[in-house]
Ligand binder design. Structure first.
Ligand code: G6D
Length: 339
C-alpha cells in the first residue's frame, strides 16, 4: 500500500508526505522537505508504534537545528573551517557552526524540498544541486531512495553523479527511540562493531588520532544499555556520546550496529559499507522540542549516522568521499527491523 499526500505548505512550496506499508503491516513515511524519514511504524498489540522521533509541523523542523531524521549532504559531520583541498585546489564552503561547516552547511540536503515520487515499494527523491545552491564545487545530481521490503528491511540508497570533482558523503540523521512510552533511550541496549573512535578537538573537529573504546564507556562491542555509557560520561562536558566510531572491516553477514528494546522485543540492525558511524545521544535536548509522543530531554533519542569518516577529507587513511565527473557514487545503509 502506498500514498502521496500534502503534508503542509512552506515558503510557497508544497511539502509532501509519502508512505509505504508492507505485507507485515510495517510502514515507513517520508517528507519531501529534507528527504526526511518521518516514521517507521511497527504493529504492536497496542497499535502502530513509531520507532523514530518526529515533529508535528514543518516549522518545528526548520526552527530546530538538530537535523531530525533529515537526509544529510553533501558532507556529513564537520569540515574544519569549511576548507578542503581537491586535486591541489583549495575550496572554502559556507560555514554554519562557528567557523566550521556542519552537515553540508547552511544550504545542505536538509534544507531542500526534494522532487518526490513512489515507485512500487520505493520512495524516491531527486535533486540537482549546484555550487550556487550550497557553495560546494560541482553540479551534483542526487537520488535518495527509501525501499521497504516484505522481510521488514528499510534500505536507503544515495546515488549521485557530478560534472566536476567534488565531495559526497551523505547520511541519514534518523533519531531512534524504540520505547512505546514517553521515556528516553537509556534503557535500550546498543551494540556497535567498533574498536576505536576519533579523537575530536573542542570544536568536534577530528584531530587525526583515534582512541581505543575497550574498557571505556564508549565501548559497545557487546550489547549494553545506553544509560550505562551515559553514567560513565557525566564528568565530560558533553555528558553523553557525540563521536565518530570507526567500524571494523565490513562483513555483509554481521550488523555494524544493533539497537534493542529488550522489554518490547523490538530491535533494529544497522548494516553499512561505510567505514564509520557517528553515534549521538542527543545530550542537550530539552522540553522546547515538541516531539510527537515524547518529551524533549537528554537522550530522548539516539542517532547512528553511517558515513565515511569525516577526516577522510584531509587524511586518506580514513577513506575517500570524493566524486568526480564520470565516476558516479552509490552508498547504501540497511536497517533490518525485528518485532
Ligand atoms: C551530529 O555529531 C553531530 C552533533 O554534534 C550535532 O549536534 C547533530 O549532528 C545535530 O550528530
Amino acid at each position: 500500500m502506498s500514498k502521496k499526500e500534502v503534508f503542509s505548505e512552506f515558503n510557497g512550496e508544497t511539502i509532501y508526505k509519502l508512505s509505504l506499508t508492507n505485507q507485515n503491516n510495517m510502514s515507513i513515511s517520508c517528507l519531501s522537505y529534507g528527504a526526511n524519514w518521518y516514521e517507521l511504524l511497527v504493529p504492536t498489540k497496542n497499535g502502530k508504534q513509531n520507532l523514530l522521533l518526529n515533529f508535528p509541523t514543518i516549522e518545528d523542523y526548520v526552527r530546530t537545528n538538530e537535523y531530525l531524521n533529515m537526509s544529510i549532504g553533501r558532507t556529513a559531520s564537520r569540515i574544519g573551517k569549511g576548507e578542503f583541498v581537491l586535486d591541489q585546489q583549495t575550496y572554502h564552503v559556507d560555514h554554519n557552526e562557528g567557523g566550521n561547516t556542519l552537515h553540508g552547511g547552511p544550504h545542505g540536503f536538509n534544507r531542500l524540498n526534494w522532487e518526490s515520487r513512489i515507485q512500487g515499494n520505493q520512495i524516491i527523491f531527486d535533486r540537482r544541486i549546484t555550487p550556487a545552491d550550497d557553495s560546494f564545487p560541482g553540479t551534483l545530481d542526487v537520488t535518495i531512495t527509501y525501499t521497504l521490503t516484505n522481510d521488514n528491511q528499510v534500505l536507503i540508497d544515495y546515488k549521485a553523479k557530478s560534472d566536476a570533482l567534488t565531495v559526497f558523503n551523505p547520511t541519514s540523521h534518523a533519531y531512534w527511540n524504540l520505547n512505546a512510552d514517553d521515556r528516553n533511550v537509556n534503557n535500550l541496549n546498543l551494540y556497535v562493531r567498533s574498536a576505536e573512535h576519533l579523537e575530536l578537538d573542542h570544536e568536534k573537529i577530528p584531530t587525526g588520532k583515534t582512541v581505543k573504546n575497550s574498557g571505556t564507556p564508549y565501548d559497545f562491542r557487546h550489547l549494553k544499555p545506553i544509560g550505562q555509557a551515559i553514567e560513565g560520561l557525566q564528568d565530560i562536558p558533553e555528558k553523553g556520546i557525540d563521536d565518530v566510531y570507526i567500524l571494523d572491516d565490513h562483513d555483509d553477514s554481521l550488523p555494524d550496529a544493533i539497537l534493542e528494546n529488550p522489554e518490547q522485543k523490538i530491535s533494529v540492525e544497522f548494516y553499512t559499507e561505510r567505514n564509520a558511524i557517528v553515534l549521538f545521544t542527543s545530550n542537550a535536548f530539552g522540553e522546547d522540542q515538541p516531539f510527537i509522543n515524547k518529551t524533549g530531554q537528554p537522550q530522548v533519542g539516539v542517532a547512528l549516522e553511517a558515513q565515511t569518516a569525516p577526516n577522510a577529507i584531509f587524511d586518506s587513511r580514513f577513506g575517500d568521499f570524493t566524486i568526480d565527473k564520470g565516476q558516479p557514487r552509490h552508498y547504501q545503509t540497511k536497517y533490518r527491523v525485528i518485532f
